[in-house]
Write a protein of this length. Structure first.
Length: 253
């Protein structure tokens, strides 16, 4: 119950934040633009697709690319959403109040994390409604659709966990945002780096650590337990590190 209370408080504070609403508005505008651009292109090439056997449908041509592009946008905006989660509390001197409350550090971190994820899921749900609307006028590959959407949710949850950890390390939200973006970018481009490494074992390790490789598989409808476990491990690792960090802060008081 403590976790849910903190999560609802965090989610409410996000929806009361002008920055969060600005991000939500701008991001949804970008999503809508990309969706309409993909839809327009899909309509224009319908005559060519009609002559192709097993031609890609709306899900492959519109929904999957939309989710793939949205992943990059989430990578850019998630650090702005998570930057004040702990750093803001520390800067406002309100973290001491949480430490004095009958709450464990796990309650605090998990509550903050779930609040942020709740906000990101709302953004992803609004995004999903766009391609879902195509189902009223045509057919969608719902297996591919929900695999890609689940991959996006797991991806942004990992983003949020990393953001919470970086926010727990500093008193400056701006520093937390920049640090989070740096780590996310590094994990994103590791797949590209793996192609530059001659050693097969090192290349395979870089590919496994890369977020892009795991998300790409799910965005193509290739659901694998290895990809699912990867995102769970990333989230769990950074959440545990966040709990350890707050435990250290509390012991110093």
């Amino acid at each position: 119950m403590n976790i849910l209370t903190i999560a609802s408080r965090e989610l409410r504070s996000l929806f009361l934040s002008p920055l969060a609403w600005s991000i939500l508005g701008v991001v949804q505008f970008i999503f809508a633009y990309i969706f309409l651009a993909q839809l327009n292109t899909f309509i224009q090439i319908q005559p060519q697709l009609a002559n192709i056997e097993n031609a890609p449908g709306a899900t492959e041509f519109i929904a999957a690319p939309l989710f793939a592009t949205s992943a990059i946008i989430f990578m850019l905006v998630t650090p702005l959403i998570t930057m004040r989660v702990i750093a803001g509390e520390r800067a406002n001197k309100s973290l001491a109040l949480l430490f004095s409350a009958p709450l464990s550090m796990t309650d605090i971190i998990m509550g903050k994390f779930l609040g942020v994820v709740g906000f990101l899921v709302c953004m992803a749900a609004m995004l999903a409604l766009m391609p879902l609307s195509l189902g009223f006028g045509g057919s969608l590959d719902y297996g591919l659709f929900f695999s890609a959407w689940l991959g996006l949710i797991l991806l942004v949850s990992s983003f949020a966990a990393i953001g919470v950890y970086m926010s727990s390390l500093t008193t400056q939200p701006t520093v937390a945002a920049i640090s989070t973006f740096g780590i996310l970018l590094m994990l994103w481009i590791l797949d590209w780096s793996s192609g530059k490494v001659a050693d097969a074992n090192a290349s395979g390790a870089l590919e496994y650590v890369s977020m892009l490789r795991h998300f790409e598989a799910m965005s193509k409808g290739l659901f694998s337990s290895a990809d699912f476990i990867y995102f769970i491990l990333v989230s769990a690792t950074f959440l545990i590190l966040s709990v350890r960090r707050l435990d250290g802060d509390r012991l110093q008081r």
